[in-house]
Write a protein that binds this ligand. Structure first.
Ligand code: ADP
Ligand code: GN1
Ligand code: MG
Length: 359
């Protein structure tokens, strides 16, 4: 059933809302779930048709979110607030799909592009604080919602499999992009190896720390809530740091077509590091600190190969608006990763400088 066939009003009315539903309209820029803004005579809510291809185990996905949000709320942290169905469940599932509803977090903004270094510093602080707040969370309570989510060697193997199948006959159109990822095989296991041999600590991490997954206060810009908690799982702090840098320390949007506009910003890298490490301070191990630039590079190449694999497979994973969309996204990631390679020493110097004040 496609989104167009679904009576969204009827779906929304099955949740415990005050007031009558007056409007339901697509909302936000997420690539995974179908998100709608619900307006009622009494206020607003977020309705999501969850992506059950990406997250097949809805029960445990929602259980994770209940546990994590309860843990954050108990520490006074504003967080996602589930609106239950009229029969008291955290989600509903029927022929139209799996649905959940959240309280709309009012008076906030989220960004697809950093407009001001202070915004990115605040984002770093918020993800650092999130890491701190979850440091006491018992990871064994969490279900791994997507196995091997940031297993970059596995992502590379998946990319090679998509290339091998070349389901859409698109490989011939992107030889340079394919060569970029092939040419770096052998560098993809640094973080997974470190987690496996214990030189990098396993933590509870967000794993999808792009800037539009933080809501900032519309009045004073402070970070209010971290959202999109679907991928909170055991992972590395390097994933959370790295994915934020991948998305936010860029001078252009993730899907900018004009690569002349796309640059890695060392200044924004510093701003985020100041915010993130300012919150985490001595909780970051020496090995993690040393690998922060690698984390940024790794998340960028990993996301790039995921976009390219999806382009080759026919755009079956990420939401796209036009046929080349995933290829355009892969190209921005390649540009950013290339510039990070050129600036690796400068990135390390920034980390050392910022850590100098925190250790
Ligand atoms: P996806 O997994 O597809 O990225 P998200 O959960 O990130 O979906 O939601 C998509 C967008 O919807 C977010 O980037 C944000 O702009 C908006 N959004 C989601 N939840 C809320 C909420 N509780 N209050 C306000 N806006 C929200
Ligand atoms: C997806 O759900 P969203 O849009 O916040 C993806 C991330 C990618 C990101 C790229 C569950 O994030 O891993 O880094 O797109 N989420 C999932 O923009 O795959
Ligand atoms: Mg999101």
């Amino acid at each position: 059933m496609t989104g167009n066939d679904i009576d969204l009003h009827a779906v929304a009315e099955r949740f415990r809302l005050d007031g009558d539903v007056t409007r339901v309209a697509p909302y936000g820029d997420g690539h995974i779930n179908a998100t709608y803004l619900v307006e009622t005579t009494d206020g607003r809510a977020i309705l999501q048709r969850m992506n059950t291809t990406v997250f097949p185990d809805t029960f445990h996905l929602m259980r994770n979110i209940e546990l994590v949000t309860a843990f954050l709320r108990a520490q006074g942290q504003e967080t996602l607030d589930i609106i239950p169905t009229r029969d008291g469940s955290t989600y509903l599932e029927d022929a139209t799909g799996a649905w959940r509803m959240y309280v709309f977090i009012e008076d906030t903004v989220s960004y697809n592009l950093v407009t001001d270094a202070a915004v990115f510093r605040a984002a770093g602080g918020a993800f650092g604080a999130f890491q701190n707040q979850l440091s006491g969370f018992d990871a064994s309570q969490l279900t791994e919602t997507i196995a091997h989510f940031h297993d970059t060697p596995k992502r590379f193997r998946d990319f090679l499999a998509a290339l091998d199948r070349d389901a859409m006959g698109r490989a011939a159109g992107c030889p340079d992009e394919i060569a970029f990822f092939r040419g770096r095989d052998g560098r993809y296991a640094t973080i997974t190896d470190g987690l496996a041999d214990g030189t990098i600590p396993l933590r509870v991490t967000h794993n999808d720390t792009k800037l539009n997954n933080i809501l900032m206060d519309a009045r004073d810009g402070h970070a209010r809530a971290i959202i999109d908690l679907d991928t909170v799982m055991p992972g590395s702090l390097l994933y959370d740091f790295g994915d934020s840098i991948r998305f936010g320390a860029s001078t252009a949007l993730e899907d900018e077509r004009d690569l002349d506009k796309v640059h890695f910003s060392l200044d924004l890298f510093r701003s985020y590091a100041e915010g993130f490490l300012g919150e985490l301070g001595g909780a970051v191990t020496a090995r993690e600190a040393e690998l922060l630039p690698t984390g940024a590079w790794m998340m960028t190449v990993e996301c790039g190969m995921r976009f390219l694999a999806d382009h080759l497979a026919g755009d079956i994973y990420f939401a796209t608006r036009y046929p080349e969309h995933n290829l355009v996204r892969a190209r921005t990631q390649i540009r950013l990763a290339s510039e990070m390679e050129e600036q690796a020493d400068a990135m390390a110097a920034v980390v050392a400088d910022v850590m100098g004040g925190k250790a």
